[in-house]
Design a protein around this ligand. Structure first.
Ligand code: DC
Length: 225
């Protein structure tokens, strides 16, 4: 079978992770979550006591001391930091969410991760999700999707994800945090969040996960870009 590269981009809490994972399973491909890579670098930055917002040089210097890559474990790509599997709870924590956009706007971080993300093409068919996959990382991807939802729907979805929001968070506070991340992600100088020109847009406000997965898979199977 021909190896396909499926790029799924979109803003925070748009549902793209759930969709990308299911699409990968059903197509027999490998699921790569580039947001997890940014989050893992952010975890290392926080653990090193670096102020990412004000000291980007220290963040870039840290990269020389860490090893980050996907390794196959029982046939499934698992993100490893310094040879240890990354504990997903530790990178989904609210303190990581607060800082990750500052880390992700540093050009040196994006350059460093770009190569590590592109390396995963060697696995075969990949479903890669992020913010700049269709535009920068895999501009030649065979299929590109841009998954969105309104800010209110995204805030509701995020609130329903245990562990990702601080205790006592409200719909309004989560919506404000998401809006702030969108602002930083879409206005940064390098690789801002935006749809690729040839991406298929899917607004998920009124769709179930299953409907979104079906929409993606049917486009891929049709062989339409
Ligand atoms: O998808 P996520 O919420 O886990 O992503 C975490 C952060 O990483 C998000 O604020 C934007 C950044 N990111 C990015 O800049 N580029 C990517 N390809 C993936 C994530």
């Amino acid at each position: 079978m021909v190896a396909r590269q499926i790029a799924i981009d979109g803003p925070a809490a748009s549902g793209k992770s759930t969709v990308a994972k299911l699409v990968a399973q059903r197509l027999g491909g490998f699921y790569i979550n580039t947001g997890d890579m940014y989050r893992t670098v952010t975890r290392a930055v926080l653990d090193a006591g670096i102020d990412a917002e004000n000291d980007p040089e220290a963040v870039v210097a840290l990269l020389a001391r860490i090893d980050l890559r996907y390794r196959l474990v029982d046939g499934v790509p698992v993100l490893h930091l310094n040879d240890e599997p990354v504990i997903l709870d530790s990178i989904r924590a609210p303190e990581v969410a607060r800082v990750v956009s500052y880390v992700a706007r540093i050009a040196g971080v994006r350059d460093w991760l770009r190569e590590r993300q592109r390396e995963t093409r060697a696995l075969g068919t990949i479903v890669m999700e992020g913010r700049d996959i269709g535009t920068v990382i895999l501009p030649d991807a065979s299929h590109k999707f841009y998954v969105t939802a309104s800010p209110l729907v995204r805030a509701k979805r995020r609130l329903a994800q245990a562990g990702e929001v601080v205790d006592g968070a409200t719909l309004a506070s989560v919506a404000a945090e998401i809006a702030e991340r969108d602002r930083i992600d879409s206005t940064r100088a390098v690789a801002p969040l935006r749809p690729a020109e040839d991406a298929i847009h899917i607004d998920t406000d009124h769709l179930t996960i299953e409907q979104v997965v079906e929409a993606v898979i049917s486009r891929v199977r049709e062989g339409q870009p």
